[in-house]
Design a protein around this ligand. Structure first.
Ligand SMILES: [Zn+2]
Length: 300
């Protein structure tokens, strides 16, 4: 098809450009997970970042000028989710990334240049509708990337919602390429894990998984994704089936990756322990960790 040929041609031109030296410094400073990757994976991630940065519309909210560091840090975290996929569309359902300086207080009934209808509450991030923008607080995107082991990562969370929405519904089940058997396995693993988190959350008991995941199956997938990349060895040992279906979906093994890295670097930091219901970090608590995903701006 002509369109896909043009897209391929444009991407080839993007990738013919060298990866800027400053971008590598941003990666090393802001996204420690990059260090855990093999040289081939690092090369692949750099390619994904170049295309993602070039193809998305970047917009600053609240007077923010979006810098290359912001683009690279956000792109690296978003594209980490794509690293193992044989086929993907570079988040075709995200045209615009809208970045605010910090957790942002939306005012009532404002339409931004990105077409987002804001309705008035404090938020850290959002993944609007099926094809709407991803909206992020830069402060939280940066701190989430810089701490690879606390189980919280705003960018991974919001872009997991976008993967989920690729099949037209943000219901906690992204399109699974291997067909019915993979859907069956997904459901058999996810449903009891979700129910258990809901029970624990109702009883005020902490789990490795953030209690925010008990809000809905869609949040459970997003929260599980954060844990899969940020506390992979603990997830594997304590929620083995959940780890297995996520490993099969993402085609990545972060537990093995972190294990190998830490054997080679014995003094490097370890994964954190329990996560307390999304309230462990003051920032999360203050902003109520609110997201809004289901509402297409045009319908509001
Ligand atoms: Zn969410």
């Amino acid at each position: 098809m002509l369109f896909s040929w043009l897209t391929e041609h444009r991407r080839d031109k993007i990738l013919a450009e060298p990866f800027p030296g400053e971008w590598l410094e941003y990666l090393q400073d802001d996204v420690p997970h990059y260090q855990f990757l093999t040289p081939d994976e690092q090369q692949h991630l750099r390619d994904l970042i170049q295309v993602f940065v070039a193809e998305k519309i970047w917009e600053g909210g609240g007077g923010l000028d979006v810098t290359p560091e912001m683009q690279v840090s956000i792109a690296a975290q978003a594209c980490l989710l794509l690293l193992g996929f044989e086929r993907h569309d570079f988040y075709k359902n995200v045209q615009t990334v809208l970045v605010y300086p910090q957790g942002y207080q939306t005012t009532s009934e404002q339409v931004t240049a990105a077409g987002v209808l804001e309705t008035g509450s404090a938020r850290l991030g959002e993944a609007w509708g099926l094809r709407g923008p991803v909206v992020l607080s830069w402060g939280d995107a940066l701190s989430g990337g810089r701490n690879p082991f606390d189980g919280h990562n705003l960018v991974l969370h919001e872009f997991a919602h976008k993967l989920d929405a690729r099949d037209g519904s943000a219901d906690g089940v992204p399109p699974l390429p291997e067909g019915q058997e993979q859907y069956d396995e997904w459901h058999d693993a996810m449903a009891p894990e979700y129910d258990e988190l809901v029970r624990k959350s109702e009883n005020g008991r902490a789990d490795l998984l953030d209690g925010y995941g008990a809000t809905s199956p869609a949040e459970f997938f997003a929260v599980s994704t954060e844990c899969f990349f940020e506390k992979p060895r603990q997830l594997k040992s304590r929620h083995e089936r959940l780890y297995d279906v996520l490993q099969r979906y993402y085609r990545q093994d972060p537990a093995g990756r972190v294990e190998a890295y830490q054997q080679a670097h014995p003094a490097s930091p370890e994964e954190d322990g329990e996560t307390h219901d999304g309230h462990r970090h003051n920032g999360r608590h203050k902003h109520g960790r609110k997201h809004q995903h289901e509402h297409e701006p045009a319908r509001l």
